[in-house]
Design a protein around this ligand. Structure first.
Ligand code: G3I
Ligand code: 9MR
Length: 740
């Protein structure tokens, strides 16, 4: 056959199979994370019960057995009606590709263990936001095969009767351009935008080095701003336009009267678009997001002059509107049939907005308005955002004013994580979700749960919280009842027919990559429009069919926690070969020995410069970003913040070096001491955590015969790694060989 003809036939065949009912890929018997694992992560796979009691991990090249293990006890998981045993192969660290073998079962899929396991997926999950941009053409150089003309410019939007005001009567034309399409539809809603945009901003705020290093190949790539923030800006600009300049109120959504047909954005532009009614939930979600953005973007005032201040003003005006209109709940007007995002309770939005405004402004009145003792912590969702308040307070805890109840913040985060981790430990599938939590967007329930577990791990370093978060990601990438990676474009088996208008309307076979689909849930709200579901069990009630908006749609507020968790696990899971691994296990005596050996005969400006530059060089070689300060008798001799570091690191340096100055020891030594004595490093009785941080990274500069004259301090990595970096630089400078 002529090659061209063969290609044509192949394309026809592929097209036919895409249009037909979805072919159900066989469910693998051994279920694992199809994206792979980080070398030092907890690594679990699921094996059907009754399949024997041992497993082996085989190297994929040649089948050498690298691990033999016992399967865990058979355990059931009601949401899937299944009983399984767990293969725990965490002990395999070496990067490579592997399979799992269980006697009598087909071999598992090939999976990888590698340090960058989540980098490409993290980039794609972020790039998905770019692919959902409204009001702009996607050029081939950025979008490849998914290039498309612009849709929905929204430069002429009508004020709907429900949103009419004296200065903007019904029919007034306003502009509210840019923003992301919400999901598989082409509308834009403040509720989902708020939690999504916040989650991206928080991802950067918490892990600036990891996220700051991602090049997304979007139009703004290469400017002075990390791509993740440029992408967030696309939606923030739209959100700003959703505020009525007259009274500070915020429109609930910008939509057609009814959903567009299942066509490409530029083909769907005949319907008029409206801003629809203001609501309290929109004003508060807007206030929280703008307060966060004002804080995170403050460092980029040169790029966007005055923007940070303008956002804070917008946030405070929206807050004031909500104070004056505390209970305007949104309902779709009779002629509007698009997504409602109606929310019966706004106390959680109020707590969240108050918390963000408190953190950004430092005004105690906002803390009081939050009434924190009345606010519980739950897994975030578009209609329940109180968990975000705790997440932000926990991240900023050391810089809060004295009014903040530090113990309450820690206990809310830990209490939620403890509940999720206990469910994780006892569930057959080793996930933190019960049957009742399988609602529309169940995958995002899993991912937001993982995001909250990450907060607890960051707070108290309990490894089981990190492991439970990892399990949430494993579930989404294939360790689930369907054996399916729920993210388009990633995994051995993945959704091919998401409810996503751009994916359906384009000429490309594969859906736009990087989107997590909603996932299984038993209510099947779309069943009148779909072929029968294969099961009504919560974790099996799923259709890989474009009809299925209730189980197979994509949405910005589901992708945002995917982005967060991919980055968080990459940044937090200890790095193998890194110096951290050795530093972590040092005894008290060994840490004291470092201090005794790494002393100077003299310490001047040149020494500080050489050591500072050495630190930069070592960090660079490891692909890490750190901030560094070296002082002698209080005077600054060297300071540098590598690309990806933030003012937060400067504050860590201040507090870690305070501790080294006060105690005469490395801050990592103090950390180890406090832990060994059963203390809480974030609530030390003798040290105010606002002034002192017992985390590794500050090392005393001791001149023999004189005593301590200064400090060398690094921030940006987990404490053990910051400390180990300083030790390595000092060894190098002082010529001290061997393991220290
Ligand atoms: O929480 C209750 C649960 O307690 C109850 O047992 C269960 C069964 O009634 O329902 C649960 O509530 C569901 C809720 O989602 C949970 O978040 C509602 O039934 C369900 O209708 C609701 O679905 C929302 C859906 O819109 C329909 O309004 C989704 O949350 C929401 O993510 C989705 O958002 C849509 C937009 O409207 C339009 N754009 C696409 C987007 C994604 O599908
Ligand atoms: O495409 C719409 C999707 O974004 C929404 O989540 C979903 C529920 O509100 O509705 C979808 O639109 C469908 C509509 O509700 C019913 N008729 C068919 C539409 C496209 O499948």
């Amino acid at each position: 056959m002529r090659p061209l003809l063969a290609l044509l036939l192949l394309l026809l065949l592929l097209a036919a199979s895409a249009a037909a009912a979805p072919a159900s890929a066989p469910v693998p018997t051994i279920k694992l994370n199809q994206l792979g694992y980080l070398p030092q992560a907890n690594k679990l796979a699921l094996v059907p019960a009754g399949a024997g009691s041992t497993f082996e991990v085989l190297a994929n090249d040649g089948g050498r057995v690298v691990l033999r293990g016992e399967l865990g006890p058979a355990a059931s998981w009601a949401p899937a009606g299944d009983t399984v045993r767990v293969a725990d192969f965490s002990a395999v660290h070496l990067p490579g590709s592997y399979r799992i073998r269980v006697p009598g079962q087909p071999l598992s899929d090939v999976f990888a263990i590698q340090p960058a396991a989540y980098r490409e997926a993290g980039k794609a999950a972020l790039k998905a936001f770019y692919f959902n941009r409204s009001g702009t053409a996607l050029a081939a150089r950025h979008a490849g095969a998914y290039a498309r003309p612009a849709g929905h410019p929204d430069d002429r939007v009508l004020v709907h009767a429900s949103a009419a005001s004296a200065t903007r009567p019904a029919g007034t034309v306003i502009a509210a351009a840019k923003g992301w399409y919400d999901a598989g539809d082409y509308n834009k809603y403040i509720a989902s935008s708020a939690i999504s945009t916040y989650t991206l901003l928080a991802a950067y705020e918490h892990f600036p080095a990891w996220f700051g290093g991602l090049d997304l190949n979007i139009p703004e790539s290469g400017d002075a701003v990390p791509d993740i923030l440029d992408e967030a800006m696309w939606n923030l600009e739209w959100m700003l336009a959703m505020q009525d300049p007259e009274d500070g109120g915020v429109y609930h959504k910008l939509t057609n009267l009814r959903f567009d047909a299942m066509v490409q954005p530029h083909e769907a532009m005949r319907e008029p678009r409206y801003v629809v009614a203001k609501s309290t939930s929109a004003a508060l979600g807007f206030a929280a997001t703008m307060a966060t953005a004002s804080r995170v973007l403050a460092a980029y005032d040169q790029r966007w002059p005055g923007l940070s201040a303008r956002m804070l003003l917008a946030a405070e005006r929206a807050w004031a509107w909500a104070q004056a209109h505390p209970n305007v709940l949104f309902k779709n007007p009779a002629d509007v049939l698009t997504g409602e995002y109606g929310d019966a309770r706004v106390d959680d939005e109020l707590a969240w907005a108050a918390a963000e405004l408190y953190i950004t402004t430092g005004k105690d009145s906002y803390y009081q308005a939050m009434a924190p003792e009345t606010v519980s912590a739950t897994v975030p969702a578009w209609d329940d955002v109180r968990g975000l308040a705790w997440m932000s307070l926990a991240h900023h805890r050391t810089r809060l004013s004295p009014i903040a109840d530090q113990a309450l913040i820690a206990s809310r985060i830990d209490g939620l994580a403890a509940r999720l981790a206990s469910e994780w430990r006892s569930s057959g599938y080793r996930v933190g979700m019960k049957g009742a939590e399988f609602v529309w967007g169940s995958n995002a329930v899993m991912l937001n749960g993982a995001m909250m577990l990450v907060q607890a791990y960051r707070l108290n370093g309990r490894r089981d919280y990190l492991d439970a978060a990892q399990s949430g990601l494993d579930y989404v990438f294939g360790r689930n009842a369907l054996g399916l990676s729920f993210v388009t474009g990633f995994g051995a088996r993945m959704p091919r027919h998401p409810h996503h208008r751009p994916s359906l309307g384009d000429k490309v076979m594969a859906p736009v990559p990087g989107f997590v689909v909603g996932g299984p849930q038993p209510f099947q709200q779309d069943k009148a429009e779909c072929p029968p579901y294969p099961s009504s069990l919560p974790a099996l009630s799923y259709l890989d069919h474009a009809c299925s908006y209730a189980s197979n749609e994509v949405a910005i507020n589901w992708n945002a926690p995917l982005v967060y968790v991919l980055g968080a696990l990459s940044a937090l899971t200890p790095d193998p070969g890194s110096h951290a691994m050795t530093a972590k296990n040092h005894t008290r005596e060994e840490l004291l020995r470092q201090e005794a050996v790494l002393q100077f005969d003299s310490f001047g400006n040149e020494a500080a410069l050489a050591i500072g530059l050495k630190l930069v060089e070592l960090a660079r070689a490891d692909g890490k970003a750190v901030a560094i300060e070296i002082r002698r008798n209080g005077m600054l001799l060297f300071a540098h913040g590598m690309r990806g570091t933030t003012p937060d690191h400067t504050d860590w340096i201040r507090r870690k070096s305070n501790l080294a100055n006060r105690t005469g020891h490395s801050s990592w030594f103090v950390h180890a001491e406090v832990k060994a004595n059963g203390g809480d490093i974030d609530a030390m009785p003798t040290f105010d955590v606002r002034e002192y941080a017992a985390h590794g990274g500050a090392f005393p500069v001791v001149v023999r015969g004189t005593g301590q004259v200064g400090t060398i301090t690094v921030s940006g990595l987990p404490g053990a790694e910051d400390h180990a970096l300083v030790v390595r630089a000092l060894q190098d400078y002082l010529g001290v060989a061997g393991e220290l």
